[in-house]
Design a protein around this ligand. Structure first.
Ligand code: PBG
Length: 331
């Protein structure tokens, strides 16, 4: 006689009610963070061609965006500035009147404690060469000279009212440099989110459109090599040693192994950034009728959460928060 299985894993999959009851992974709106692009000198929101449904906003519309985000119940917004003028040292980043610092102030006033205001702390949006730091005479990115600029940028962002600074430049020692500058200025209250395991990735492509970056060359001398998982974990541990309050892995989908390893060893919260290219792939594939848009979005985000992200930066934050509030399953 055939030996029938005693152990039947299909038993718990039999009905939607059973599946809902035994689902291991959940998500709630508080765990989602929306990246927001604020552009200097525009009057109306402008669509970003490579990122369907995502816009650059004028400063005048930012308070309304904050209201929508707060009503959606998400955990925060991550601000990016698109300046009208760029220069070699990224002066707009440290200027209190620079577009990002003004955006932080507007968002902090509009947020009224309903959600956190986070800011990208990096020079690439502000430099005319598009690199994340200042350049040495030989054209390479000068790590230690950049740290001084990051420290001033941290103070400007803290002064403008940011709750969380997202250090995304991948310079060695950036967390320690910003923490020391903040503490010395009496701002030990400001949270540092370290983009610790940030890989040199083709998936940032649409973001370059979103911030109109003019990068020539690549970022491989400072962002991580896609081949290296162990190095990503080491970056996270180094950032924790330097005082990072939260560490992040980025992109998310192609680096779920790194995310899971960091989550297993981290003593601080671990987040992930589902980047512009991950977003664009699903949007464009869905528009072409190749995949089911909502299921693909839900599955991609649930996968990131399952791998260990406690919060997720995603351009779908508002829409997904709406689904969660309706009690919909994500995948
Ligand atoms: C650096 C920064 C980048 C992204 C977030 N912060 C660009 C880069 O490092 O090349 C990419 C985010 C995305 O692709 O959605 N300012």
């Amino acid at each position: 006689m055939t030996a029938f299985p005693v152990r039947r894993l299909r038993r718990l999959r039999r009905s939607p009610a059973l599946r809902r009851l035994v689902a291991e992974t959940d998500l709630s709106p508080r765990r989602l963070v929306l990246p927001v692009f604020v552009k200097e000198d525009i009057a109306e929101a402008q669509p970003i061609a490579s990122m369907p449904r995502v816009h650059q906003y004028p400063l005048a519309q930012l308070a309304a965006v904050v209201d929508v985000a707060a009503e959606a119940g998400i955990g925060g917004i991550m601000l990016f500035g698109v300046p009208a003028v760029r220069d070699a040292v990224g002066s707009g980043a440290t200027d209190p009147d620079g577009i990002l610092n003004r955006a932080i102030a507007v968002a902090a006033a509009a947020a009224k404690g309903r959600l956190t205001v986070q800011a990208d702390l990096c020079l690439d949006e502000f430099t005319d060469h598009g690199h994340c730091g200042v350049l040495a005479a030989d054209g390479s990115v000068d790590n230690d000279a950049t740290l001084e600029v990051y420290a001033r940028m941290a103070l400007a962002q803290a002064e403008a009212g940011a709750d969380i600074l997202g250090l995304s430049g991948m310079m060695d020692g950036q967390v320690a440099a910003c923490r020391a500058a903040l503490d010395a200025a009496g701002r030990s209250d400001v949270v540092i989110l370290a983009y610790s395991a940030k890989y040199a990735s083709a998936f940032y492509g649409p973001f370059r459109d979103a911030v109109e970056s003019t990068l020539t060359g690549d970022r491989r001398t400072y962002q991580l090599d896609a081949a290296n998982g162990r190095e990503g974990v080491q970056e996270a541990l180094a950032d924790i040693d330097e005082g990072a309050d939260i560490v992040m892995v980025k992109p998310a989908g192609p680096y779920l192994d790194v995310l899971a390893e960091v989550a297993a060893v981290s003593s601080v919260p671990v987040w992930a950034y589902q980047v512009s290219g991950e977003y664009a792939m699903i949007e464009h594939a869905a528009a072409a009728g190749v995949i089911d848009r909502e299921r693909a979005i839900g599955e991609s985000i649930l996968g990131i959460r399952r791998a260990g992200a406690e919060a997720i930066l995603t351009y779908w934050a508002i829409e997904v928060a709406g689904w969660l509030r309706e009690g919909r399953a994500l995948a």
